[in-house]
Design a protein around this ligand. Structure first.
Ligand SMILES: Cc1ncc(C[n+]2csc(CCOP(=O)(O)OP(=O)(O)O)c2C)c(N)n1
Length: 542
């Protein structure tokens, strides 16, 4: 049977067909739909939203130790969070196959940076596969599990936004029965990375990489398509599609495994064509590694940018140089820009309206609340990574001393707080901060499309479960001043914030307004809401 699927749906299908038993993820665009699809479609797989990517990968490691095929999926920056277990996972290897899916975001459609996660494969010394369409997304998942078990290594599969969110035809197959038995094994030397064992493992990892490199020479995902002998293009992933679209007559070496690289195959390709050009989005990863083989491509990053997403036109322009003639635009008038904005009625708005009025610096975090940086609210002045707001606010208050009192506030969403905010909040109590943190509890992971987390009381599959009590949690972490406010009550919000930011000891203010898009919370309305034009003064705060 064939079905039209997005890359993410195909990755989920690949996990199912590979016989995956345990899958864990933390949401993040463009990766989120992988676990959402597994949750909805493949009930045979145990699937969870973990509180962060590090935990998700560790869950997968535990399942693999027990012999299960397991996976963790995340956005590119999620791998930074999971990097600690990843680096040592490379040493211990697997029992059941383990695949880490990273979805990168060239053009930063929904991310705080544009990092190229192919470097992680080289850094962690693990194989990485990179599909070019939905069919390959599914097929490469299955290959990844086979490679993982064959070479006793975790395998990374890299997608990008354009692969994850584009649709293509996928041929469906039945799931396989994985070869590794499920059991508790006592494997101290394999899994206990005391220096004594880890030292030995480092050598094993280096040898393993050489073996995978040999395998890469014959991996069917690495293939030559020989046509015009004048120009040969080495490419991978989505760049292959763009290049093929504009230059179908050139010769290609399409790499499905982007680490380790098949040196012999690449050398052969150089012999078969006169001029080799490397086309790859973001960093010159392939190009630099090919140059270290002593080979000299005629073009690469000299012709194409390191910044942003490519498309067929970008490729054509880079290849043609001065000869490039831009096509006539189809639309003469450009569409008005529509930057993302906080929703009308968003509970965060009340808090930011108060902060704007009070003119305090808002040390923001990742999530919908970051959008309050834009006018008219203009109440967020910083955003680095998940959980950073709390440490930053504490650090600022320590640097400023008394001069900063009443002038700085940290703001963080509920999902982000549970992801990376607990340790820095505990630190504030421990190291005697005076800073105030506002926990914007809208009962969901809003920014990524409303996923559950340990503070919502529901699991990925919608079962009721334990719900974190933020007030008790704040107190348990050592914060004595814990206050609760209704963010739609502007007066109350302002009064409480004013009181707390003047205190000598750290404060946590928890808001009670659920996300307006959260159907569960707003069932009772179940009808469109309208602005009462007789009362609206056009302040745009809504
Ligand atoms: C390390 C990392 N993982 C995932 C994401 C994707 N992401 C952006 S915001 C966000 C969470 C937002 O939820 P919450 O903190 O509850 O705030 P809300 O958007 O609901 O206001 C996530 C998961 C990210 N940016 N970085």
């Amino acid at each position: 049977m064939k079905k039209v699927m997005t890359g993410n749906e195909a990755i989920a299908r690949g996990a199912f067909e590979a016989g995956v038993k345990v899958a864990a993820a933390y949401p993040g665009t463009p990766s989120t739909e992988i676990m959402e699809t597994i949750g909805k479609e493949y009930k045979e797989i145990y699937a969870e939203w973990s509180p962060n990517e590090k935990v998700a990968l560790e869950v997968a490691i535990g399942a693999s130790m027990a012999g299960a095929r397991s996976m963790a999926s995340m956005k590119h920056v999620g791998v930074n969070v999971a990097a600690d277990p990843l680096m040592t996972l490379s040493y211990v290897g697997v029992n059941g196959g383990l695949v880490l899916v990273t979805c990168d975001d060239p053009e930063l459609y929904s991310s705080q940076n544009e990092q190229d996660n192919r470097h992680y494969a080289r850094f962690a010394k693990v194989p990485m596969l990179e599909p070019s369409d939905s069919q390959e997304s599914k097929d490469f998942m299955k290959s990844a599990f086979e490679i993982s078990e064959k070479f006793d290594t975790p395998v990374m599969l890299r997608s990008v936004t354009r692969i994850s969110h584009s649709k293509g035809i996928v041929e469906l197959k039945d799931p396989v029965v994985p070869p590794v038995a499920l059991e508790v094994r006592k494997q101290t030397a394999k899994y206990t990375m005391l220096p004594f064992y880890a030292r030995i493992k480092h050598g094993v990892v280096e040898e393993r990489l050489l073996k995978v490199k040999e395998f890469a020479e014959k991996f069917p995902g690495n293939r030559m398509e020989l046509k015009d002998p004048e120009i040969g293009i080495i490419t991978a992933g989505i760049s292959y599609q763009y290049a093929k679209e504009v230059f179908p007559k050139h010769s290609y070496l399409k790499l499905g495994m982007v680490w380790p690289l098949p040196e012999n195959l690449i050398t052969q390709f150089f012999k078969k064509v006169k001029k080799v050009i490397v086309i790859e989005e973001l960093d010159p990863f392939l190009e630099e590694n090919i140059r270290t083989m002593g080979l000299k491509p005629k073009g690469g990053k000299g012709m194409f940018s390191m910044v942003g997403e490519y498309n067929p036109l970008v490729i054509e322009k880079g290849m043609m140089g001065k000869k490039f003639k831009a096509p006539e635009p189809v639309l003469i008038e450009t569409l008005p820009p529509r930057p993302p904005n906080l929703c009308p009625g968003c509970p965060h708005r009340g808090i930011f309206a108060a902060l704007r009025k009070m003119k305090v610096a808002g040390i923001g975090d990742i999530g919908c609340s970051t959008l309050a940086a834009y006018p008219p609210l203009s109440a967020v002045d910083s955003c680095i990574c998940m959980g950073a707001s709390i440490g930053q606010t504490h650090g600022m208050s320590k640097a400023l001393g008394d001069a900063g009192r009443g002038k700085v506030v940290g703001v963080i969403g509920d999902s982000t707080f549970l992801h990376g905010g607990m340790a820095p909040l505990m630190n504030m109590a421990y190291n005697k901060s005076y800073a105030t943190i506002i926990l914007l509890d809208n009962r969901t992971t809003g920014m990524t499309g409303s996923q559950e987390h340990p503070g919502t009381g529901y699991t990925l599959r919608g079962e009721k479960t334990h719900k974190v009590d933020f007030i008790e949690l704040g107190k348990a972490l050592g914060i004595e001043n814990v206050r609760v406010v209704n963010p739609w009550n502007l007066e109350e919000a302002e009064t409480v914030i004013k009181e707390e930011i003047e205190k000598d000891s750290p404060s946590l203010i928890v808001t009670t307004g659920p996300c307006v898009l959260l159907k569960r919370e707003f069932k009772k309305y179940n009808q469109p809401l309208f602005v009462d034009s007789t009362k609206c003064i056009g302040c745009k705060s809504c």
